[in-house]
Design a protein around this ligand. Structure first.
Ligand code: HEM
Length: 480
């Protein structure tokens, strides 16, 4: 049966094609409430886009446990073989705005919200295991260098390479970004990583360090520069459409979820700093343990409500999973929820897609657009039988030493990039060099090029020499 048109207040709406006018040719009347409301609502349709990762696509699905992990974490989401937890994902570009072409070279976001019985648990990662910087103080500057030049309002190779060339901790991630993996052929065909080291705690209170890996079951596929450029013109939303169409055709994508588990003390004494997100933990030292499958089988029914209003945060943790001292992670624990209060409003956690699938009981009340509020007591302590604390949900402390201060991480950032370069096949190495030469070659200041190539040279002399020769730089210019 056809539904009748109503206003937002539910009143029957008689005519949605012709404004009310004073006579056939007369001016429009202010009593035409439907017209005024329609124009006013239209003016308010846009909300701020995400300050990063503005362009993206998502889908719903579930996580199924294939290996019980209760020996390492009391988080129910990872215990009990066969157990399923509903989830929603969002994949994204980092630097471009909401309408940006999907096939530009960029890191891709890989965010998962598990609706667990202990509340929402988010893994907000990327398709790379490492990141460009490891101190949250550098994040806004890094992102400024990726976004538009304040004067020309254009993206600028000078800006991004200037920042990277002065931030040697970025060279590992820059090598990944310039490799084939910088342009995935599909969100379905890329791996995902939690990137940081997190803490798991079991029911006995034993602590472990953990890294997450989502291995695509579709195989990794990437686009050539030529095809990516063509698609950017032909189908701006190429990756978004690919995900939507696959699920529409019931070709549901899935990922094998695995973890690396590091005993607590061993992690503190590992050969690299496991809380430095520019580094990986060797899979030879700590092999991947498969724990489950993530399957996406449902498209959003309304993109704005399901995806634009979706709010992830690395601070969304559940008992048995805790943050680590990773400095960048610590900054992120603040950044996301603050961004979402600004982007979506103070009560963004009450929006349907963000609402946990368990009851919420606390003393928070009111604020713009508050919904589903309890009518009971709104302060604590109280003598009104209000909700009480859960001592078992307490986090497990780490022993700290040292003095407060601003500490530089004095570390070798080059070796990991060198190892990655040497792992690539000859053809992959050639494409990596070509991509760097193509992008770094557009930089207008030779000093930036020289600084960056010195990083590649320190990673591996051959790597540096090949980029230098592609750019027409002499060996003496890049040797330190
Ligand atoms: C200090 C470092 C970082 C800060 C301050 C930061 C901040 C932010 C902010 C403010 C947003 C937008 C949130 C929203 O409006 O809903 C965002 C989105 C995102 N960030 Fe970060 N970020 C940082 C590092 C990282 C790292 C290291 C990763 C991956 C390992 C990452 C992955 C993501 C993803 C995937 C999204 C998009 C989430 C979505 O689809 O809604 N970020 N970030």
């Amino acid at each position: 049966m056809t539904e009748h048109l109503t206003t937002n207040e539910g009143q029957p709406w008689s005519d949605n094609q012709h404004s009310q006018t004073a006579g056939q040719r007369g001016p429009v009347l202010i009593q035409d409430y439907q017209l005024l409301e329609k124009l006013a609502h239209f003016n308010r349709e846009r909300i701020p886009e995400r300050v990063v990762h503005a362009k993206g696509a998502g889908a719903k699905g579930y996580f199924k446990v294939t290996r019980d992990m209760s020996a390492y974490t009391k988080a129910a989401v990872f215990s009990g073989v066969g157990k399923q937890t509903p989830l929603i994902t969002r994949f994204s570009q980092v630097a471009g705005e909401a309408g940006y072409p999907d096939t530009y070279r960029d890191v891709r976001g890989f965010a998962v919200k598990f609706y667990t019985e202990a509340g929402n648990y988010d893994i907000v990662g990327n398709n790379t295991p490492v990141f460009f910087v490891n101190d949250p103080l550098k994040f806004p500057d890094f992102i400024h260098s990726q976004k538009r030049d304040p004067r020309t309002h254009a993206r600028s190779q000078d800006m991004q390479w200037d920042f990277w060339s002065l931030s040697p901790e970025s060279v590992h991630q820059v090598t990944i970004l310039m490799s084939d993996r910088g342009i995935p052929a599909s969100y379905r065909m890329m791996h995902g990583y939690g990137s940081h080291t997190f803490k798991w705690v079991n029911a006995a209170g034993e602590q472990f360090w953990v890294k997450y890996h989502f291995k695509t079951n579709q195989g990794v596929h990437n686009l050539s520069n030529e095809l990516a450029a063509k698609l950017a013109g032909q189908d701006t939303d190429y990756l978004q459409n690919d995900l939507l169409n696959a699920i529409e055709q019931k070709d549901n994508p899935s990922w094998t979820v695995a973890v690396q588990i590091v005993p607590y003390e061993e992690g503190l004494n590992y050969k690299y700093d496991i809380f430095d997100v520019t580094k990986v933990i060797s899979q030879k030292d700590y092999p991947l343990i498969e724990i489950g499958q993530m399957v996406l089988d449902e498209n959003p029914t309304n993109n704005f409500e399901d995806i634009e209003e979706l709010a992830f945060s690395p601070a969304n943790l559940v008992p048995g999973i805790e943050a680590s001292p990773d400095k960048l992670l610590q900054g992120r624990l603040f950044g996301y929820k603050d961004a979402e209060r600004y982007r979506l409003g103070a009560n963004y956690e009450q929006l349907p897609v963000n609402r946990p699938q368990v009851a919420v009981h606390n003393y928070a009340r009111d604020g713009a657009m508050a919904q589903n509020q309890a009518s009971g007591v709104n302060y604590e302590p109280n003598s009104s039988d209000g909700p009480t604390e859960v001592p078992t949900a307490q986090v497990h402390g780490d022993q700290l030493t040292g003095k407060t201060g601003h500490y530089a991480v004095n570390d070798d950032y080059y070796a990991a990039a060198g190892r990655l370069y040497r792992l690539l096949s000859a053809a992959e190495q050639t494409r990596l060099i070509d991509n760097i030469v193509m992008n770094l070659g557009q930089v207008t200041k030779p000093a930036i090029q020289i600084r960056e190539v010195r990083q590649f040279y320190q990673a591996d002399p051959e790597y540096g020499q090949r980029v230098a020769s592609g750019l027409g730089l002499a060996l003496e210019q890049i040797k330190i």
